[in-house]
Design a binder for this molecule. Structure first.
Ligand SMILES: Cc1cc2nc3c(=O)[nH]c(=O)nc-3n(C[C@H](O)[C@H](O)[C@H](O)COP(=O)(O)OP(=O)(O)OC[C@H]3O[C@@H](n4cnc5c(N)ncnc54)[C@H](O)[C@@H]3O)c2cc1C
Length: 551
């Protein structure tokens, strides 16, 4: 964090030099001393410091300045930094001015010129004031400030992106937060320019998107090299495991992740069945540790960056990214997992991100304190989300299409939901519409043929998931749902693998395109678990070595 500033303002260069010198001598190790030759120049400096959110502890301003008096300066500067201590420099004849300054600019002290020797006349006074200031000083928040309306879908996207990439941020409500309004005004921005982001270095981003913010907060979106031994698409547990093994075993490895490391697991509030964590581990924590581990082994990670195409050039596999850039590799591990199915009922598309959320949307949960929410779905992920929400929301209704939860949810979760007083499970029920002005307010349900409308501030949707593998369709065989076929699953009725060019059989996790492997949830027939994804990620790298040895 920047050192707090002590600012001296005087139009007399000699006096200004003397004040600055004495301030630096005593306080230079803990404070930054800045000076200005006029009130106007001083105010410009103050505005710049405010824009960069740097702390300012003390003003020392001379009363006698031709264009703006010290009192006028301190009154104005004090509106920007109300906590900063204010000292007016006066000559003997200026006692009236000092009294006016006490009333008008709320100065803390007036100091008679000259102040020699400073050890007696200056430092004791300033020591006292600065100790006071330090005691009340709360260091400014050093992360990203995100300013937008409460129900903005664009802000929802950014909150999730920042949280899941471990970037500290605060959200300020553009409509109701005074500081947010001031920042928007200072940036000359209007409602169409939101979301507005203030970065830790003080710079602002209008109409911010994850890709724009990524660059500002130091996430890499562009590959350093044109070629890698191994590229991994998808940074869920499977991709992260492949990255750790690839990097630790000496392969030049690139991992490309569309949103944030962690994948679906990153959304889980508590993974209770992953080996070695008897008290459970949050998905975010697991993802954070795995990403750090992969980076430690020299893996390069592009976040956020989406793989949109695959081309084959002899032994090279060339991957195209959403921003038009591309990289080549010899081996590719596809670990793109699955994405939530969308709720296809009236109102859902319009309210997505404004009360209708896919997945756990952890960043929104705290804001729902004391409100009624709905969880749609009957699987373990829906059960976990309902349990997590029950700690914040007034009431949680779980809407389940099936007649009971037995076939879709683990017993321990069914029991926990039943024991939690503010959770209601409605089986044999399906949502038919969502509605609200600008954000979700209610959900219409069909309960075994009878209509029911519930008030809801948010609906979290977990109605199954499907792989998004269209970008591979020209080269790689998929099943009817889009899951990638590998190994023995590729063998047709005639005992052969269609379009397979090599004498050997495909390796277990290999697709019909040699050197392209699929692991984790995206793979046809995979067990949809964190541990199995991690296992397949590690195994895929062992098979990559085998493949590379044949080139
Ligand atoms: C809420 C919830 C709770 C769960 N709880 C548990 C649990 O307690 N225990 C358990 O064992 N399992 C649990 N699961 C299941 C587990 O999380 C998944 O099986 C696991 O995450 C699968 O890992 P994966 O890496 O194969 O895929 P995913 O986790 O789906 O990761 C795929 C990643 O690929 C990225 N991606 C997709 N397409 C592209 C592209 N074109 N370019 C770049 N990146 C792309 C995605 O953004 C994503 O980050 C839970 C799942 C959910 C949703």
């Amino acid at each position: 964090m920047a050192k707090p500033v002590l600012m001296a303002i005087d139009d007399d260069p000699e006096v200004l030099r003397a004040v600055s010198r004495d301030l630096k001598r005593r306080y230079g190790d803990r404070y930054r001393v800045l000076d200005a030759g006029s009130g106007a120049a001083g105010l410009e400096l103050v505005a710049e410091l405010e824009r960069r959110q740097e702390p300012l502890a003390l003003f020392v301003a001379d009363q006698r300045m031709p264009e703006m008096s010290g009192t006028a300066f301190l009154a104005e500067a004090g509106t920007r930094y109300p906590e900063a201590k204010r000292v007016l420099l006066t000559a003997y004849a200026d006692t009236d001015a000092a009294i006016e300054a006490i009333n008008r600019a709320h100065i803390d002290h007036y100091l008679l010129k000259p102040w020699h020797p400073p050890e007696e006349k200056l430092y004791p006074v300033l020591d006292d004031m600065l100790a006071d200031w330090q005691a009340a000083f709360k260091p400014a928040f050093q992360g990203v400030r995100l300013i937008d309306a409460r129900w903005s879908p664009a802000a929802h996207l950014l909150k999730g992106f920042l949280a899941r990439n471990q970037v500290p941020y605060v959200w300020l409500d553009a409509e109701h937060h005074a500081e947010a309004r001031r920042i928007v005004e200072a940036a000359g921005a209007g409602p169409d320019d939101l979301p507005l982001i203030v970065c830790p270095d003080g710079s602002t981003l209008l109409r911010a998107t994850p890709a724009l913010v990524a660059e500002k907060v130091g996430l890499r979106t562009q590959a350093e090299a044109a070629y890698y031994d191994l590229v991994i698409t998808g940074g869920g547990p499977t991709g992260l495991a492949a990255a750790v093994y690839g990097g630790s075993e000496g392969l030049e490895t690139l991992l490309v992740e569309r949103e944030a490391p962690g994948g679906q697991a990153g959304e889980s509030s508590l993974i209770e069945n992953y080996l070695g964590f008897p008290a459970g581990v949050s998905g975010a924590d697991l993802a954070h540790r795995a990403a750090a581990q992969a980076r430690r082994f020299g893996v390069q990670m592009l976040v956020p960056q989406e793989v949109t195409g695959l081309e084959v050039d002899g032994p090279y596999r060339r991957l195209r990214f959403a921003d038009g850039s591309a990289v080549s590799c010899h081996a590719l591990v596809v670990a793109t997992g699955v994405s939530y199915r969308r709720l296809e009922i009236p109102g859902a598309a319009e309210l997505t991100g404004a009360g209708v959320y896919y997945g756990a949307a952890a960043a929104e949960v705290a804001a729902l304190r004391g409100q009624d929410v709905v969880v749609v779905g009957g699987g373990n992920s829906a059960g976990q989300a309902a349990m997590h929400l029950s700690r914040f929301a007034r009431g949680v209704t779980v809407v389940v299409r099936a007649a009971d939860l037995n076939a879709s949810m683990s017993r321990y979760l069914i029991d926990r939901l039943a024991e939690t007083p503010n959770v209601t499970v409605r089986c044999g029920t399906r949502p038919v519409a969502v509605a609200g002005h600008g954000h979700l307010e209610r959900i219409d349900l069909d309960v075994g043929g009878s209509p029911l409308t519930l008030p809801a501030a948010a609906a979290f949707v977990f109605i199954g998931a499907k792989p998004r593998t269209d970008w591979l369709a020209d080269h790689v065989q998929r099943d009817a749902q889009g899951y990638l076929l590998t190994g023995a699953d590729l063998v047709g009725d005639d005992g052969r693998v269609p379009n397979w060019p090599l004498a050997r059989e495909p390796y277990p996790l290999e697709t019909n395109l040699p050197g392209v492997f699929a692991a984790g949830d995206v793979r046809h027939g995979s067990v949809k678990r964190v541990a199995s994804g991690v296992g397949e990620g590690a195994m895929a790298v062992a098979l990559v070595h085998r493949y590379l040895a044949t080139l």
